[in-house]
Ligand binder design. Structure first.
Ligand SMILES: Nc1ncnc2c1ncn2[C@@H]1O[C@H](COP(=O)(O)OP(=O)(O)OP(=O)(O)O)[C@@H](O)[C@H]1O
Length: 259
């Protein structure tokens, strides 16, 4: 069974339908990225998956005992609050110093446990939120535009860390991103959402799909070139997906008529 199985899901706020008949699955260990314009229902989809929004139709099946780690878009912390990274990560209770050190190491920031939260850069702070999500040893990480506010280099480096986490822990990842060109090389599969699933498949398939181009313009030519370039040479550690061969039902480029 899939880790997460979204079946024919529709979400409505009042009279307004924001998601219509969305189906998707996430298998163990795969990285799936959801792209879509503002207001296309991406956050609503993640919220439905974690059970924070009730669908009017369809359902979300989670593998029994599946553990979900959630990395929010942003977390507002009072800048004047004196709190170290380690104390912040201990807030849920029952978390040991060893758990924290392991999670910080997995998030690529092993030396930040004694740093003040308010003094971190945006990129460091996102890694602390990643560490926080990793403490519970999730089977799947959900990331809601986790790199908002970071520059392209910061974003690329964050997504490389996500690939490393997947390699080291085997957890699956379902993430939202506006920056398909940045996440392309880190994604096994991309789902383009605009209230419904417009198209989905391997990153280069989606980037060149007419449905995707209609939503995002044709400026993706450069993105595709970047993706191909990155896959032309040896990635060293980052390119090793060896343990994660998947049987994709969804790799075929699929289109649906807009409703
Ligand atoms: N709790 C709510 N009540 C009413 N309308 C909502 C609520 N949450 C979201 N919406 C509306 O539903 C639509 C989809 O919102 P959602 O946040 O899911 O989209 P999104 O694709 O994540 O957008 P963005 O890229 O801007 O973050 C938007 O038009 C939004 O205004």
């Amino acid at each position: 069974m899939s880790l997460i199985d979204v079946e024919d899901l529709s979400v409505r706020y009042g009279a307004r339908t924001v998601l219509s008949r969305v189906s998707l699955r996430v298998e163990p260990g795969e990285i799936v990225t959801i792209v879509g314009p503002n207001g296309s229902g991406k956050t609503s989809l993640l919220r439905a998956i974690i059970g924070a929004v009730k669908p009017v139709k369809g359902r979300v099946l989670r593998q029994s005992s599946v553990k979900i780690g959630y990395v929010p878009q942003k977390l507002h912390i009072d800048e004047t609050l004196p709190i170290t990274v380690s104390r912040f990560l201990k807030l849920p209770g029952g978390v040991t110093t060893a758990d924290i050190q392991e999670a910080l190491t997995q998030a690529g920031v092993p030396d930040l446990s004694t740093a003040q939260l308010s003094q971190l850069s945006g990129g460091q702070f996102q890694r602390i939120l990643l560490a926080r999500a990793l403490i519970g040893k999730p089977d799947i990480l959900l990331l809601d535009e986790a790199t908002q506010g970071l520059d392209q280099r910061g974003s690329a480096s964050f997504y490389q860390q996500i690939e490393t986490v997947r390699r080291d822990t085997g957890c699956a990842v379902l993430m939202i991103s506006h920056e398909l060109h940045v996440v392309m090389s880190a994604s096994d599969r991309v789902i383009c959402l605009n209230g419904h699933v417009c198209c989905e498949g391997a990153p280069e398939v989606v980037a060149s799909a007419p449905e995707y181009r209609a939503l995002f313009g044709t400026g993706t030519g450069g993105a595709l070139a970047l993706y191909r370039h990155e896959h032309d040479h040896d990635h060293g550690d980052h390119g090793d997906h060896g343990d994660h061969t998947h049987d994709h039902d969804h790799d075929q480029h699929k289109t649906e008529a807009a409703e």
